[in-house]
Design a protein around this ligand. Structure first.
Ligand code: HAM
Length: 413
C-alpha cells in the first residue's frame, strides 16, 4: 500500500537502524566537550525573527530566502532557527553570562531549519552540533574550539577531512576591502554569472563561492582580503597558525574562504571532506567579535563552530553494529508467561538488556527471534523449569531463574 503521507520535502526520518551511528557521534562529541570544559546549552527551536535578521545579517541568503518564518497568534513574527550562534549570544546577554568567569564555553546539538533546495547533504531540517567560546579574543580560544572539531573528526574516523583557514579581519578593514572588490567586479560584470552580478552590491564575497567559469576567472585576479589585514588582525592570524602548529593540527590557508553568515570577523575556518561531493563542508565557523554588541550586549569577542550531523554521517557511511542483547526469554506455554515477565523486569532493573516474546511466536520462532536480535543467551521456560542456552557456543544447561544474573554477570552476583 502506498503511503498517503510522506515526510515534508527536504526532511527525513531517522530510523532505528540509523540510531547507533548517530548515538556514537553524539557520545563522542559529549566526551570531547566535557574533557575541554564546554558545558551544554539548549535554546528554543524558534526565536524572534529580528534576532536572525540582525544577527545573521540581512544580506545573507539565509535571511533573504531560507528562513521558515511565521506569525504566532499574538501576531509576533517568529522564525525556526536557521543557526545556533545568534540564539546562544541572545541567551548569553539575557542571562548576564558576562558576569561569569570568561570565556563562557558552551556546546550544543539540535535541529535547524533552512528553506534550501534539497540535495544529498542539504536538507530543510537538519541537525548541528557546535561549540562556542564567548568572552576571549585570544588566538588560544580559536585553537581551543578548532581542536574540538578536529578531535571529533579524528575520533570518529572521518576519512579525507581537511581544515581550511582564513581571516576576514576587522569589520572596518573589511568595509574598505569590500568597496575595492565591488569595483573590481563591476568593471568585469559582463563576465560574471547572473547571480553574482546581481549581488555585487549586496554580497560581493559570494563571488568567491561560485562554480561559474567566467566568475572564477574574474575572481582569480580579484584583490584578496588576506593581503590587506591590518597589523593587529595579521598578528592575530599569525598567532592562530602558530598555535595550531603547536597543537599538531594540520591546515591549509585558503585566501578565498568565505562563509554564508555576516557576523564573522578575523579567523574563519572550514573542515571539508572530499567524499561529500557538492556539499563538501562537514563543519565550520570562526570569530564573531561584533555579534554580541550588535545584539545589544556588551562588546564581547567570541569564536565557535557548528558541524552538520548528517554530513558527518554521510562522510562516515559505514554501518555501526547495533548493540546485541544479553538475554532473550522464551516461553513454552501460557503458564510460563508470568515467570518470564517477572524475571525480565528484575534483570532489566539490574542492568541487563533483556527481551521477551511479545508476538505469541512458537518456540522455534522465539529462538529464531533471539538469534535475529543478537542475544548472547536465551532462557527457555518450560514445564521442568528453565534452560539457559549460550547462543554463541550452542551449549545449554538447566538453571534456577535466580542464578541467571550471576551467570551472565558474575561480577554483580
Ligand atoms: P554554517 O556554515 O551555516 O554555520 O553551518 C554549519 C554546518 O551545518 C555546515 O558546515 C553544514 O555541515 C551544516 N549545514 C548547514 N546547512 C545545512 C543543510 N541545509 N543541510 C544539512 N547540513 C547543513 C553556522 O551555522 C554557524 N552558526 C557556525 C558557527 C558557530 N559559527 C560560529 N559559531
Amino acid at each position: 500500500m502506498a503511503a498517503e503521507f510522506k515526510a515534508p520535502r527536504g526532511t527525513f526520518d531517522v530510523l532505528p537502524d540509523q540510531m547507533p551511528a548517530r548515538r556514537r557521534l553524539l557520545e563522542t562529541a559529549a566526551r570531547i566537550f566535557a574533557r575541554a570544559g564546554y558545558r551544554g546549552i539548549i535554546t528554543p527551536d524558534f526565536e524572534d525573527t529580528a534576532l536572525f535578521e540582525r544577527g545573521v545579517g540581512s544580506s545573507t541568503d539565509i535571511v533573504r530566502k531560507e528562513m521558515f518564518t511565521f506569525e504566532d497568534k499574538g501576531e509576533r513574527s517568529l522564525t525556526l532557527r536557521p543557526e545556533g550562534t545568534a540564539p546562544i549570544c541572545r541567551a548569553y546577554v539575557e542571562h548576564g553570562m558576562q558576569k561569569l568567569p570568561q570565556p563562557v564555553k558552551l556546546s550544543y546539538s539540535g535541529p535547524f531549519f533552512r528553506h534550501e533546495r534539497p540535495q544529498a547533504g542539504r536538507y530543510r531540517q537538519f541537525h548541528q552540533i557546535g561549540a562556542e567560546a564567548i568572552g576571549s579574543d585570544s588566538p588560544l580560544a580559536d585553537v581551543d574550539v578548532i581542536s574540538l572539531l578536529g578531535d571529533l573528526i579524528e575520533e570518529l574516523g572521518v576519512p579525507g577531512a581537511e581544515l581550511r583557514l582564513g581571516s576576514l579581519g576587522s569589520i572596518e578593514a573589511r568595509k574598505m576591502y569590500l568597496e575595492e572588490l565591488k569595483s573590481h567586479l563591476r568593471a568585469r560584470s559582463g563576465e560574471l554569472s547572473d547571480e553574482v552580478a546581481e549581488r555585487i552590491e549586496i554580497n560581493p564575497l559570494r563571488a568567491f563561492d561560485s562554480d561559474h567559469q567566467g566568475t572564477k576567472a574574474v575572481i582569480a585576479d580579484a584583490p584578496l582580503l588576506l593581503d590587506q589585514l591590518d597589523e593587529a588582525d595579521a598578528e592575530h592570524f599569525a598567532e592562530v597558525q602558530q598555535l595550531l602548529g603547536a597543537a599538531s593540527i594540520e591546515f591549509t590557508i585558503d585566501s578565498t574562504l568565505v562563509r554564508g553568515l555576516d557576523y564573522y570577523t578575523r579567523t574563519i575556518f572550514s573542515f571539508v571532506c572530499d567524499r561529500l561531493g557538492a556539499q563538501s563542508e562537514i563543519g565550520g565557523g570562526g570569530r564573531y567579535d561584533g555579534l554580541i554588541g550588535q545584539l545589544g550586549g556588551p562588546d564581547t569577542p567570541a569564536v565557535g563552530w557548528a558541524a552538520g550531523i548528517e554530513r558527518i554521517l554521510l562522510a562516515l557511511d559505514e554501518p555501526v553494529e547495533p548493540a546485541g542483547r544479553d538475554l532473550f526469554i522464551a516461553v513454552a506455554g501460557e503458564s510460563e508467561r508470568r515467570r518470564a515477565v517477572a524475571l525480565a523486569t528484575e534483570l532489566r532493573r539490574s542492568g541487563l538488556s533483556v527481551e521477551i516474546d511479545l508476538a505469541g511466536r512458537s518456540m522455534k520462532g522465539q529462538l529464531r527471534q533471539a538469534d535475529r536480535i543478537g542475544a548472547s543467551h536465551t532462557l527457555v521456560f518450560d514445564d521442568g523449569g528453565a534452560v539457559l542456552r549460550d547462543m554463541d557456543r550452542r551449549e545449554q544447561r538447566r538453571v534456577e531463574p535466580s542464578e541467571v544474573l550471576g551467570l551472565l554477570r558474575p561480577e554483580s552476583a
